[in-house]
Ligand binder design. Structure first.
Ligand SMILES: NC(=O)c1ccc[n+]([C@@H]2O[C@H](COP(=O)([O-])OP(=O)(O)OC[C@H]3O[C@@H](n4cnc5c(N)ncnc54)[C@H](O)[C@@H]3O)[C@@H](O)[C@H]2O)c1
Length: 245
């Protein structure tokens, strides 16, 4: 599952799973453009990759802005020469009862998770076609986007949208030899996960064996991004679909 010589962007890689993904991809030989809205977090990810002997640069981009996303992809081309792998990981959550959900709450989550993924897929695919085709786009989804969850209607709708977007693009971009997959990590201990549950709820989930390690997810994404994972376009692999969350 090597990525030697490949150029990758990981959105939302200033912390959490995105940071683990950027580190793992750099460890597998990719040159990684680390991107986030938090400059210091992104720089810390870059420092950790360089300290381990990998190659990384950072570029701030809010995935809800088409202009910033297009500039992000162009930055990868400027510093590394091309784009081979786009990992659309940036996301936001927030549990709240549906009857208390405002339009603003809905828009905030849908804008980041679904519109942001659309913008990143569009900018990445445009560049990959410009290069003559070929490439991988991996969209981070969630089992909640397939089976739904209480108090997460906006999040479930956004991640379900990512699944439908992924399958549609897999069909449409196939003639350009661009593969598009969706991967869901299952519950993983990150700042997002901790913000969603009380300490007691976290302890219950850990006791029930529901918590996954970041490495389990990074190895899946490495597989999909590498040549070993060619031919999985359109597939959605989301941990936790068959287990209660
Ligand atoms: N942790 C879990 O249990 C879990 C489970 C299923 C799916 N996921 C998904 O995995 C992905 C990563 O989650 P995480 O747990 O690491 O979250 P996290 O909150 O710890 O990290 C998310 C990162 O995305 C960045 N980000 C947020 N909005 C952004 C924007 N508009 N533009 C650019 N960057 C932005 C944040 O600054 C942060 O660095 C998300 O898409 C999430 O929905 C996580």
């Amino acid at each position: 599952m090597r990525l030697d010589g490949k150029i990758a962007i990981v959105t939302g890689s200033g912390r959490g799973l995105g940071r683990s993904l950027a580190q793992a991809m750099a460890g597998a030989g990719a040159k990684v453009l680390v991107s986030d809205v938090e400059a210091e977090h992104a720089n810390e990810t870059v420092r950790s990759i360089r300290a381990a002997g990998g190659t990384a640069e950072s570029c701030l981009a809010d995935v809800t802005s088409g202009e910033q996303v297009r500039a992000l992809v162009q930055h990868a081309v400027k510093v590394f020469g091309r784009l081979d792998v786009m990992v659309n990981n940036a996301g936001r959550s927030g549990l709240m009862p549906f009857l208390e959900m405002t339009e603003k709450d809905w828009d905030r989550v849908l804008d980041t998770n679904l519109r942001g993924t659309f913008l990143c897929c569009h900018a990445a695919a445009t560049q990959m076609v410009r290069q003559g085709g070929c490439g991988k786009i991996i969209n981070v989804t969630s089992a909640i986007g397939i089976k739904g969850a209480k108090s997460a209607a906006h999040y479930a709708a956004s991640k379900g949208g990512v699944v439908a977007l992924t399958r549609s693009l897999a069909a449409e971009l196939a003639p350009h030899r661009i593969e598009v997959m969706a991967a869901g990590p299952g519950q993983t201990d990150t700042p997002m996960w901790r913000s969603m549950y009380t300490e007691e709820e976290q302890a219950q989930r850990i006791k029930a064996g529901q918590l996954r390690s970041p490495e389990e997810f990074t190895s899946l994404v490495l597989f999909l991004a590498s040549e070993a994972g060619n031919g999985w376009s359109g597939e959605v692999i989301a941990r936790g679909v068959y287990n209660p969350t």
